[in-house]
Write a protein that binds this ligand. Structure first.
Ligand SMILES: O=C(O)CCC(=O)C(=O)O
Ligand SMILES: [Fe+2]
Length: 153
């Protein structure tokens, strides 16, 4: 579990969590009523917009991560997101729980599920172990779609 805390002394314009996709399968987030989480939306004209994820009391935010994009062979897309400071007067607390596969042996391979591969839709990614996957993520740091791009065929 990660708790990110943004002090009210941080400047309003400062971006506090850089734009990234989460590497794992799913992320469950609880944010307080300050808000600040934004997701990137690509419009039909190809233009990108940052959309505020308005806090809803009692609601959880579920982010699709890169691993789910890969094992679903692009049926689900990981979401680019960031967190910004919205208010000079209020601190912000957000709690994130990351869901990742537990099997991390040298012979535990992950990749697009066979049921989602066909002649019409070949695998978009090669298989890998979790240690290779996490190594790729940590070597590139938080960035946009790093593991997705790395394992693309
Ligand atoms: O601060 C937030 O609400 C988002 C945190 C986040 O994106 C992350 O920890 O991966
Ligand atoms: Fe994230």
């Amino acid at each position: 579990m990660i708790i990110s805390f943004v002090s009210k002394t941080q400047r309003l314009t400062q971006q506090c969590v850089v734009t990234h996709t989460d590497p794992g399968a799913l992320t469950v987030l609880v944010q307080d009523d300050t808000g600040g989480l934004q997701v990137k939306h690509v419009g039909e004209n190809g233009n990108c917009y940052w959309v505020d994820v308005e806090p809803v009391p009692g609601a959880l935010v579920i982010n699709v991560g890169d691993l789910l994009q890969i094992i679903s062979n692009d049926e689900y897309k990981s979401v680019e997101h960031r967190a910004v400071v919205r208010s000079r007067d209020k601190s912000r607390v957000s709690i994130a729980v990351f869901f990742n596969p537990a099997k991390r042996g040298d012979t535990d391979f992950y990749g697009p599920l066979p049921q989602l591969i066909s002649d019409g839709k070949p695998a978009h990614y090669r298989n890998f172990t979790m240690s290779e996957f996490m190594g790729t993520f940590f070597s590139k740091q938080l960035s946009s779609k790093a593991p997705v791009d790395h394992f693309k065929l």
